[in-house]
Design a protein around this ligand. Structure first.
Ligand code: NAD
Length: 509
């Protein structure tokens, strides 16, 4: 059995006695195993990070940026191989895997500008002969704990910014599809990142806990499901760390009566079913305003769903592939049953879907529910599968209220031709990322990514300037260089004019 090892300086093998299975979701077979690492494995990685980080922090930002430029070239040169590797463990189709890698690379492109981004603030003459300046310094060692659904993009969100700003970084990727994160770390080394600056430690809860408790790790960035995000946030903060923890989602798409329904159906097909619905920015809930809109939308959705092609991840014609493993397939199908039991109308049933020649693959057919209501648990909870729910709203006010009152607040979209309605919606909705006629409003790399409510714990978003703030701390210097000469507006030596002034809190007045 092939083993996907840690990437720890000097000791890839590690101490693990436990291993996780890595499946090929297309065939349902185990294709490799991954060590579930221990606190001792982490200690070795931390020691290597501690040895490397001061030198990296002292490397000027232009040179750090050059590593980012080279890394970007290497990832581009390896795009096909990386995308195939990603699809073979995750199950998303190759074009979607390329998108996963590309969205991560865009954060690396942002990081290529780090010399400019890290320029501090400066006030000349804040007082007589006094200047004040600030600088952003790295935290030291940061860690990232990432989910299975974007094994390239989310690690790059984190390690790109953390490393460009001068930190060493430990990545604990999902144990379900760990190969691409390891490959990315190898490419970072090839690009010139010193040994110990980016290491990969595999594992499950035991490794996560070791990271959260480790006194030498200053900051933890987490992305995954909400209960675990909340746990990671609490435990990390308790240990005195800086923590950002992104959680689950249940994104709504509001369809106003004036929307272009053909465009909406095309957008919804991709946003609800693409990547088998395993995206935190998927649109699994559609909210047509008024029964007329709902009926017309439903009529157009049914044939669009019938036309979807579910296939293996290497099928270039497939719209989406299998879900990640058998347990998740079962979970999604259980939620479909729950929706039925709670009284929603099952319009298209994707359960029991098999693909000829791949009968053991983890495929779930596209599923459509109508007349889903806010009291149903199948509405309240994240399903994370190819399941679209229609929740009918009588008016605009109800449509704003539904996503605003939902426990999750990651993304939301509104489809309309009315600029006033769109503007009102964007201003009032209680959700972190809003799309106006854009179904998956994932912000570009130089803006930042983050939801509200139970979709994110902590107060700093991923990447962009928010990411730079998360991975750095501000130092502010107040300086004067008195030489005894008189200064306009000040006393002779530029400092307190009378001895007793030295006992008063200094002001620039
Ligand atoms: P998950 O919560 O199962 O796993 C995420 C990470 O936590 C993994 O590295 C895993 O090893 C670790 N982990 C698992 N169980 C743990 C435990 N008991 N204690 C500590 N750590 C544990 O999430 P997943 O299934 O890999 O990913 C899907 C989830 O991630 C969905 O809920 C999705 O919405 C969410 N997600 C959110 C965002 C966002 O930015 N908000 C982005 C992508 C995915």
């Amino acid at each position: 059995m092939r083993t996907i090892d840690h990437l720890i300086v000097g000791s890839a093998g590690g101490d693990a006695t436990r291993y996780g299975d890595v499946f090929d979701p297309n065939s349902g077979e185990i294709q490799a195993r991954v060590p579930l690492g221990t606190a001792a494995d982490l200690d070795r990685a931390v020691a290597a990070a501690q040895a490397a980080q001061p030198g990296w922090a002292a490397t000027n930002p232009q040179r750090r940026a050059r590593v980012m430029f080279r890394f970007k070239e290497l990832v581009e040169a390896n795009m096909d191989a990386l995308a195939h590797l990603l699809s073979s463990e995750h199950g998303k189709v190759i074009a979607d895997s390329k998108g996963d890698i590309q969205r991560g690379l865009e954060v690396i492109e942002f990081c290529c500008g780090i010399p400019h981004i890290l320029k501090g603030e400066y006030t000349q003459g804040a007082g007589p002969g006094i200047d004040v300046y600030s600088m952003r310094q790295p935290l030291g060692i940061g860690a990232g704990i990432t989910p299975f659904n974007f094994p390239a993009m989310i690690p790059m969100w984190m390690f790109g910014v953390a490393i460009a700003t001068g930190n060493a970084f430990l990545l604990k990727p999902s144990e379900r599809d760990p190969s691409v994160p390891v490959r990315l770390a190898e490419l970072m080394r090839e690009a010139g990142a010193p040994e110990g600056i980016l290491q990969v430690v595999h594992g499950d809860k035991a490794m996560v806990d070791a990271i959260l408790d480790h006194p030498a790790i200053s900051a933890v960035s987490f992305v995954g499901s909400s209960d675990i995000a909340h746990y990671v946030y609490r435990r990390g903060v308790e240990a005195g760390k800086r923590v950002q923890a992104m959680g689950g989602a249940k994104n709504h798409g509001i369809v106003m009566p004036d929307a272009d329904l053909d465009q909406v159906v095309a957008d919804l097909s991709g946003a609800a079913f693409g990547s088998a619905g395993e995206r935190c920015m998927a649109l699994p809930v559609v909210v047509p305003v008024g029964d007329k809109t709902a009926d017309a939308l439903r009529e157009k959705l049914i044939p669009a769903i019938a036309a979807l092609r579910v296939g293996v991840s290497t099928d270039a014609q497939a719209h989406y592939g299998p879900v990640v493993n058998a347990a998740h397939k079962q979970r999604v199908e259980n939620w479909i049953q729950t929706g039925v039991d709670e009284g929603a109308e099952l319009v298209v049933d994707g359960r029991g879907f098999t693909l000829q020649g791949h009968e053991k693959g983890f495929f779930v057919g596209p599923t459509l529910f109508d007349r889903v209501t806010p009291d149903m648990s199948a509405y309240k909870e994240e399903i994370f599968g190819p399941v679209l729910q229609i929740v009918r709203a009588p008016d605009f006010e109800t449509a704003v209220r539904l996503p605003s009152e939902h426990q999750y607040g990651n993304g939301v979209a509104i489809f309309t031709r009315n600029g006033h309605a769109a503007r009102e919606f964007a201003a009032r909705v209680n959700v972190g990322m809003v799309g106006i006629n854009v179904p998956i409003p994932v912000p570009v790399a130089y803006h930042s990514f983050g939801g509200w409510k139970r979709s994110a714990f902590g107060d700093t978003n991923q990447h962009g300037m928010e990411g730079v703030k998360f991975w750095t701390k501000v130092k502010t210097v107040t300086q004067r260089w008195p030489d005894g000469s008189a200064l306009p507006g000040g006393s002779e030596d530029g400092g307190p004019s009378r001895i007793q002034d030295a006992f008063v809190i200094p002001t620039m007045g």
